[in-house]
Design a protein around this ligand. Sequence first.
Ligand SMILES: [Zn+2]
Length: 444
Amino acid sequence: MDDIKLYATTHNDLSHLANLTEHFSKDICMDFGIDKCKINSVKGGQILQHSTYQLETGQQISSLDQNEVYKYLGYNQDRQIQYKDTKLKLQQQFKQRLNSISETSLIHHAIAQTDTKLTPLNLSDITIQNNETQIDIPTKINDWTRKSLHGRHRKDLCQINVDKVASNAWLSCGELFPETEGFMIAIQDQTIETRNYQKHIMKLRIPTDQCRKCNSGSETIQHITGACKAIVQTDYKHRHDQVANIIHQKLAQKYNLIPQKLIPYYKYVPEPVIENNNYRLYFDRAILTDKTTHFNRPDITVHDKKNHTALIIDIAIPNSHNLQSTISDKLSKYTDLRDEIKRMWRLSEVTIVPIVISTTGIIPKQLHQSLSTLCLSQYTYIQLQKAVVLNTCRIVRKFLQQETQSDTQRISSSCQHTSTELPASTLVNNIPLSPNTIIISSSH
Ligand SMILES: [Zn+2]
């Protein structure tokens, strides 16, 4: 028991309640903080000046003054909660905290200066380390490409159908937190401590490398980012829908179906059907056709009434090695629907538009073509990529946080005894990263 508020309609009732509280407090050996107690009388909405109130012990509680307030659960109140006042105070507090955060680079600097071999990093040492054997970039890239595990992302980037520069846009834009960038690079480098990594790379003696959620298939990083059956309808759907939202909002605004005010994609809720004289836009709606088509529910369907054309848009976020096959699948999956729509709606042309990005943000060249078919800005991919990268990081973090009991014990013991044979893990946001992972820190 901490703060307590007593309400009564009459003075007598109040005395009764106060006495009861007093007795009870005494029984559990608690005292009133009399100096913090006040009494307040309200009649017809007006605050009455009240004489002091006397407790059974003889202690006195003074009356709340006309302009005085009291703090209850963090809110200033008198007759009611002082919203304006509370808001102002919160604003001031927020600004104060923001200022202190913006001074953290100074703190960072101070810490670095103080660390004279206090930590293994020895941050005060500013001499350039000469432990790199390769210095020229082509050799580094070559070495990276030859690594069978860490080089997989590099190989994915070098696929003929991939736009390498666009695939790295999320890194050059610099809009993400350094922690997120570092985490995504760890995912791309396959250095996340999944069960597969623990068993086969770290050689830990764990009972199984099967997925902790679906228990069907080895728990590799690819399994987590895009192949776990247990999170298809939740986490993968959420990531997919965020990309769909971006495309839907852009199209709806382009066709003047919704106001031009931009709503953040994670707050935007697409209408199932919106229509004006020129366009009709369906979102995640089954298109009824005379002939049965197996796939009749594309993510977005556009009917251009004036030009007698339609677009069937379908979105997918597969793992990098499945990029090309996913695009081909999307194109073939909707051919029946395309033919049916063309016939039923009497259209001159119906185009299937796949919007496909890899779980790690790799952009297939085909995406540029799709965006151009939709007449959207060629830079739209940057926004789609950001949403995917953020969501994949979120999915992996969430997944790894769901440890089994034994895993949690093992991790906590490996953190306490870093001198044992277990490789020392680095914990970022409580996510165990494997030993090879490097966390890039900011230096603004
Ligand atoms: Zn699974």
